[in-house]
Design a protein around this ligand. Structure first.
Ligand code: NAD
Ligand code: ZN
Length: 237
């Protein structure tokens, strides 16, 4: 069986990381245009770097831990002889911390930075400052979070497309279906592979009509349950 999983901010909500659009979400305190576009970064790099420095720091807070949904997906990837492609829109590291073996971060990662001059991508656990020097090209004022901002092209689209060409089950978890092209992956799984498509979300989503099955509820409860059914081959019920 070939399974493609797409996760969004909702899978990390129960781990203590706020989603973008839910009540109390990050975007109530910040306007998207202020912190998540290349234009914002060039207009006010310090504000944008600080926003992501805060997000990065938060990953090290004691209370922030992977939940049962992250663990169930990691087990699925490790324990069964299936091809499991785990794609996330999340920039946190909770899939990895749960033990996932390979994660495609299509919107980038908080724990990486990139040089705008030479393109070098490196691991980054600390704050990024304008004065920091790129370790490769030695320039300054050129380091940015390795995050895909609005208006930029997501990462690893070729690998994602390959996985959707051979997909039996497409599972979407905790994503509102309002960010493109991520919201279209379900349609591609249908068009390219006639995949069986399932979504798990606490609320209705904007691309809900593309799914064969809707499981309404929290990821930490429903993801382990669904995976258990998948293993027993009862997921069509
Ligand atoms: P979103 O905020 O647009 O949607 C979150 C979705 O999760 C909603 O549909 C909501 O109903 C659902 N949800 C909330 N709690 C849930 C739970 N406990 N169980 C199941 N579903 C739940 O997020 P998105 O669709 O991922 O897209 C927005 C962008 O947000 C992405 O590009 C991503 O990079 C970014 N983001 C990432 C993080 C993170 O890395 N943890 C956090 C916030 C935003
Ligand atoms: Zn450089």
């Amino acid at each position: 069986m070939r399974i493609v999983v797409l996760t969004g901010a909702g899978i990390s909500a129960e781990s203590g990381l706020k989603t973008f659009r839910d009540g109390g979400g990050l975007w109530e305190s910040y306007a998207i245009e202020e912190v998540a576009t290349p234009e914002a970064f060039h207009a006010n790099p310090e504000l944008v770097l600080n926003f992501y420095n805060e997000r990065r720091k938060q990953l090290f807070d004691k209370g922030i831990k992977p939940n049962a949904a992250h663990f169930a997906l990691a087990e699925l990837q490790k324990q069964y002889p299936w091809q499991v492609t785990l794609i996330t829109q999340n920039v946190d590291n909770l899939h990895e911390r749960a033990g996932a073996t390979k994660v495609i971060h299509m919107h980038g990662e908080l724990l990486k930075m990139r040089c705008e001059q030479c393109g070098n991508v490196s691991l980054q656990e600390k704050d990024i400052s304008l004065e920091d020097q790129c370790t490769k090209c030695l320039q300054r004022k050129c380091l940015r979070p390795h995050i895909v901002w609005f208006g930029e092209t997501p990462l690893a689209l070729a690998d994602i497309q390959v996985s959707l060409h051979s997909c039996d089950v497409f599972l979407s978890i905790g994503t509102s279906g309002s960010v493109y092209p991520a919201a279209l992956l379900v349609k591609m799984a249908k068009d390219l592979s006639n995949a069986y498509t399932v979504e798990i979300n606490t609320n209705p989503t904007e691309n809900g009509h593309f799914f064969d099955k809707h499981l309404q509820g929290s990821a930490s409860e429903l993801v382990p349950k669904f995976i258990e059914q998948l293993i027993q081959d009862k997921f069509y019920e």
